[in-house]
Design a protein around this ligand. Structure first.
Ligand code: NFE
Ligand code: MG
Length: 580
């Protein structure tokens, strides 16, 4: 909706996880300022206080059901970091495979089921010629499901949906918007792959169940993984199960190579203008992941750590999550209070979570953006707003000379005939997600082969009990669990006192990206990215969806706090004087 003050409101933004509101201040049809607000508070952070650190992962993992394992992983890593508890090589390999599987699963789902319909017009697919669609599909990929009969069948199914007046999974988009540029055949091909991806994701997610007992929310243990390896046992990771893992990896790589990568390139070719807008900050951070040793050896990460400022790929800054001058969270424009006042920035080991809603009572026209307007905090790196996620990782791999990344990025740029600056854009962000999926899917093969070789050499250890007993722990300890979640760098900070959790703070990817302005007035990544967008049809702000979806928002992850100690979730102060 838009009102007479030129404020355009998109609330809720759909095809994301959680509750996000975007307000855009328009000057004519151009976005002059944008504001990102997490509108629902929920969560798990403070209920961890007082608990056994070895149990924390099971609670923390419930922060999100999309990135189904990352908060469990970050949590066990935070405890292992605090205790300097090493894990066996097999456990590291299994964890790496599980993280990689999360990426491949999550990114494919995001592309087809959450983002594609910003670029693909389902209704236009009805006008496609199935034979021409088949020719198009076969010209870009050897993928098997590409016969004229197959596409005619898909078209019939979509037609039945459209004629029923109930688009179901395809409802609520701006069909017919002039911003849709794909020819009908490309639309039909993409819709067909949308349906294939639904089927595919159900099968490949089995990898988590094989290693972690189930999905979503597979099991973990501090000190390793809870799955014993015994090639000859029915109740352990045996030859049959490892064979299934090999099949899943092959299926992932096939779908990425034959469907996801070619589709991304084909669709991007019609949207090259999106390679020149939608980036915003120019600052990117990668905390690093896929350890080849222990987590406290970041120099051995396959995805390297570092910070890029002002798009400068030649001068990578060091990142240290334990340094209180580097990572801080601010609440100036958030519905929280700090004991040190609204301008303070707190390192997460000293983090505070005190909720105070004093915003307008819903339904409201617009948010008081000069005051508080979001349930997200504003994390900053050395005071700077930064973007995290696939684009940051792709840039970091590229900047650090990773050969496959350089080849893939250069291939993409030359195919699309766009300059390297096009990486810094909405299109670049979406393409980076595809390219990193390819890199990570390929990487899985090497990790898996390494695991098998190690097992064949006689090492079946998956759990290290040395630091399991709290008796062996120091009286107090602090740790940070680092990981790269699909949506970006993730940090879980834990303070352990007397064997119990004294403080726990999760600093989550979508908080870096979707957070509000900080005390210096610097916008977060979403807010900066939207600035300057011209809306072709302001009543149908497709452009906002394209750029916001390119980040793959998860507001469930980003707003993850609750306050059970006071027996009430939140005190709501409404400007009219009521409270409820
Ligand atoms: Ni809920 Fe999550 C990922 C984490 S997001 S999806 O990826 O951490 O910010
Ligand atoms: Mg937090």
């Amino acid at each position: 909706m838009s009102n007479d003050t030129g404020r355009l409101v998109v609330d809720p933004v759909t095809r994301i996880e959680g509750h996000l509101r975007i307000e855009a201040q328009l000057n004519g049809d151009v976005i002059e300022q944008a504001y990102s607000s997490g509108t629902m508070v929920r969560g798990l952070e403070i209920i961890l206080r007082g608990r056994d650190p070895r149990d924390a992962w099971a609670f923390a993992q419930r922060i999100c059901g999309v990135c189904t394992l990352v908060h469990g992983m970050a949590s066990v890593r935070s405890v292992e970091d605090a205790l300097r508890a090493p894990i066996p090589p097999n456990a590291q390999a299994i964890r790496n495979l599980m993280i990689a599987a999360q990426y491949v699963h999550d990114h494919v789902m995001h592309f087809y089921h959450l983002h594609a319909l910003d670029w693909v017009d389902v209704v236009s697919a009805l006008n496609a010629d199935p034979k021409a669609t088949s020719e198009l599909a076969q010209s870009i990929s050897p993928y098997a499901k590409s016969s004229p009969g197959h596409f005619a069948d898909v078209q019939r199914r979509v037609k039945a949906l459209v004629e029923s007046g109930q688009l179901g999974i395809f409802a609520n988009a701006y069909w017919g918007h002039p911003g849709y540029k794909l020819p009908p055949e490309a639309n039909l091909m993409a819709v067909s792959h949308y349906l294939d991806a639904l089927q595919w994701q159900r099968e490949v997610v089995q990898l988590h169940a094989i290693f972690g007992g189930r999905n979503p929310h597979p099991n973990f243990v501090v000190g390793g993984v809870p799955s014993p390896i015994d090639l000859n046992s029915d109740s352990a990771l045996n030859a049959k199960r490892l064979g299934q893992v090999a099949e899943v990896i092959a299926s992932m790589r096939r779908f990425v190579d034959e469907v996801y990568v070619p589709d991304t390139l084909a669709i991007a070719g019609f949207y090259k203008d999106w390679g020149a807008q939608g980036e915003g900050l120019g600052n990117f951070a990668v905390f690093g992941d896929f350890p080849q040793g222990q987590m406290w050896e970041p120099e051995k990460f396959l995805i390297p750590r570092g910070v890029i400022l002002n798009r400068n790929l030649n001068d990578i800054q060091d990142f240290d999550p334990a340094d209180a001058s580097q990572v801080q969270e601010f609440v100036k424009h958030s519905w929280y209070e700090y004991s040190g006042g609204k301008d303070a920035g707190l390192h997460p080991w000293d983090g505070e979570t005190t909720l105070r809603y004093n915003g307008p009572k819903p339904p409201y026209q617009q948010l008081p953006v000069e005051q508080e307007y979001s349930w997200l905090k504003s994390p900053r790196w050395r005071g700077q707003a930064i973007e995290v996620g696939p684009l940051a990782r792709c840039l970091m791999l590229y900047a650090k000379g990773h050969e496959q990344t350089k080849e893939l990025v250069n291939m993409t740029l030359s195919k699309l005939e766009v300059p390297i600056e096009a990486l810094f854009s909405t299109l670049g962000r979406t393409a980076a997600r595809t390219l990193e999926t390819k890199i990570i899917a390929d990487m899985m093969q090497g990790i898996f082969d390494g695991l098998i070789a190690n097992v064949k050499a006689g090492d079946t250890k998956t759990f290290n009990a040395d630091k399991w007993e709290p008796r062996s722990w120091p009286a107090s300890a602090r740790g940070v669990g680092v990981m790269e979640a699909p949506r970006g760098g993730l940090l879980h900070y834990i303070v352990i006192d007397g064997g119990r959790i004294a403080n726990y703070q999760a600093v989550v990817p979508s908080t870096w990206n979707a957070g509000p302005r900080d005390p210096k007035g610097q916008p977060g990544a979403y807010e900066a990215a939207l600035k300057g967008h011209r809306l072709e049809v302001p009543k149908q702000p497709l452009e906002i969806l394209r750029t916001i979806h390119s980040f793959d928002p998860c507001l469930a992850c980003a707003v993850h706090v609750t306050d059970p100690e006071q027996g009430e979730l939140v005190k709501v102060h409404v400007s009219g004087g009521e409270s409820y």
